[in-house]
Design a binder for this molecule. Structure first.
Ligand code: ACO
Length: 322
């Protein structure tokens, strides 16, 4: 152990200009504001327009995170970008961001694919680079253009998702209490058929659309996210009472409430943003984090627990001392 901790020194976010309410969506999809609100807590979602590609949104979020950290793109040694909806099949969207933020040929950049758990996975990977001393600063981004893989004829899925991006800057500090305390990752490939996209380069040669067994995903989500939280607490000899803020993946208000209830955590300690932007996949946790940092809810030395579950199935958590 080098005794280095990766501290989050800046956050940033980008949501597409166009916001679409449930009522507006109900004009083209056989649904209603009441149904979506009751079952999911979602009120509206942002839908990317012309030019608002995954790399564009990621770059905007990254620039804001760099600004808030008080550093330049050239100070970053690695970009780990979580996405399921890259600009192109290759190269990685992260290299476009590397170019956009002016990293030049300094360092390296790559994408991570773990769907809605993508940000926790990317954070964990970047944390390992920082804590082993391989890099000083990492940019971790969650960015998804999920509306481009939705089947707008399938009301059971298309009402749930939106587009967006958010980013954090990690910086290594020796002998620090503040920073990422631990991360915990899991996957279970035998459940990959519960939530998937029915296309891809080596199968159909198309991008495909999201397919989901909603009730089964709901069940697994509550179980796995609660487990991931308990695992992080147990690994550090803590209880839910020690946590100041739960920053969950923003898929569905009911999933978040059920998870919090299982953990006996009051909702006042949970950052909830799903109402305004729906499920933005890899962007969801850093969007929530950014909002709670910006509005002053999250303060220095607060203990944060991040948790997610997504297609794969993948799930995980991260404990962070702010
Ligand atoms: N608008 C109106 N009616 C709808 C809609 C809609 N958008 N979608 C489904 N319905 C109807 C169904 O057709 C069904 O009608 P029927 O009873 O006449 O057959 C009825 O509503 C109930 O459908 P269910 O599927 O039983 O509804 P359920 O209560 O399970 O809610 C939901 C569905 C919201 C998808 C829920 O299962 C869920 O939240 N699952 C988790 C999915 C999720 O969040 N996935 C995101 C990715 S994974 C992750 O991020 C954790």
């Amino acid at each position: 152990m080098t005794g280095i901790r990766a501290r989050i020194i800046g956050t940033g976010a980008y949501l597409p200009k166009k916001s679409v309410s449930n009522d507006e969506l109900a004009k083209t999809v056989d649904t209603s504001d009441e149904w979506v609100r009751q079952r999911t807590g979602i009120e509206s979602r942002h839908i990317a327009g012309e030019g608002e590609t995954t790399s564009f949104m990621a770059t905007e979020a990254a620039r804001q995170a760099l600004k808030n950290a008080g550093i330049d793109g050239s100070d970053i040694d690695v970009i780990v970008l979580a996405t399921t909806t890259p600009d192109q099949t290759f190269p990685a969207t992260a290299v476009t961001v590397q170019d956009n933020i002016g990293m030049g040929d300094h360092g390296f950049a790559f994408d991570v694919q773990a769907v809605c758990s993508g940000f926790v996975y990317a954070l964990s990977v970047a944390n390992n680079f920082v804590t082993t001393g391989q890099v000083k600063r990492a940019l971790v981004i969650g960015a998804d253009h999920f509306t481009s893989i939705l089947d707008w004829e399938d009301r059971t899925t298309c009402v749930l998702f939106g587009d967006g991006a958010a980013a954090v800057v990690l910086e290594g500090h020796a002998g620090s209490e503040r920073g990422i305390v631990s991360t915990h990752l899991h996957s279970e490939g035998r459940h990959r058929d519960l939530l998937y996209v029915d296309g891809g380069p080596s199968t159909t040669g198309t991008t495909g659309h999201v397919r989901m067994n909603g009730q089964e995903v709901f069940r697994h989500a509550v179980t796995r996210m609660s487990e991931a939280v308990k695992e992080a607490l147990d690994a550090n000899g803590l209880t839910a009472a020690d946590v100041d803020w739960l920053v969950p993946h923003q898929a569905n208000r009911r999933i978040i409430e059920s998870t919090a209830k299982k953990l006996k955590m009051p909702l006042e300690k949970v950052v909830l943003t799903v109402g305004k932007h729906g499920n933005t996949s890899a962007a969801s946790i850093p969007l929530a984090l950014h909002e709670a940092v910006q509005d002053g809810r999250i303060r220095e030395n607060d203990l944060l627990l991040l948790e997610a579950m997504g297609g794969g199935l993948t799930w995980g958590s991260a404990l962070v001392r702010w």
